[in-house]
Ligand binder design. Sequence first.
Ligand code: HBI
Ligand code: FE
Length: 304
Amino acid sequence: MSTGDGFKEKTANSGKTAKPLRGDYSAMRDDFTIDQGWSHYSAEEHDRWRRLYERQSRLLPRYAAPEYMDCLSRLDAGDGIPDFERASAKLRQATGWEIVAVPGLIPEDAFFGHLASRRFPVTNWIRTEAELDYLEEPDVFHDFFGHVPLLMHPVFADYMEAYGKGGLRAMKLGTMDQLARLYWYTVEFGLIRDGDNGLKVYGAGILSSAGETPYSIEDSSPNRVAFDLERVMRTLYRIDDYQETYFVIDSYDQLFTETQQDFGPIYERLKGQPAIAADAVLPTDRIYTRGTGARKLGKSQAAE
Ligand code: HBI
Ligand code: FE
């Protein structure tokens, strides 16, 4: 087995989490997957899932993209931590995707390799009672409730496979940072225009967060800017707080189309250009809302 502690240090130091990883990586297969161990979940863990699910579900009608809500209901996962095999049967039927259980964060090449083969890695442990509102590493609630539903949507499912293939290419070209920003500002924290109904959430990092779901749509603090691939690929992001800028797509087709082009020339253009601050607004931006930045100001004043 090539992993053991060496991998933990590597991933733990990959900037995603400052602490050693908490999952059980000892039984991992060479592709970094494990058995989910569905029968081992306790009644308390299933109860915690139900409370997280009910709390988030109350927010969905007002804030979530309609396609996400439709897919989530088809997964019928409200009664307890879902059995990945049963959910995979529904996913395969809808879009050919399936879930693979993992102990937590896995190396980028393994992660992209799974996406490129229509397999989504879902962490098999659930957060503790004390982490109900915030945890650093993705747990089964973030991964399943946030990421899995839209894999039932044909166009988004195509985007995720294309993203995985793009990620494998980016690793060879040394342009991982740009690809990670694209993932962050779409798959994790993306907003979408919902016709005349304003902006809605499709990003998993928002949809699995009780606080950031209303914040991303209603709060005056963050910027909301129309999606532009190169702008997103240059823009830094926060891993320790709500986002300072959200990017808005017009449709999932737009996302998929953007990944069909050859990223080579884009990477060439990006090479000479500096990264853009997470709270910046550019003269070239098509702006939905220019944020006040109050959240960041409030925190900095509190820190004084
Ligand atoms: N591993 N299990 C897991 N889940 C992720 O979301 C994940 C990962 N490894 C790497 C990674 N994400 C990021 O590098 C990508 O989001 C770019
Ligand atoms: Fe995620």
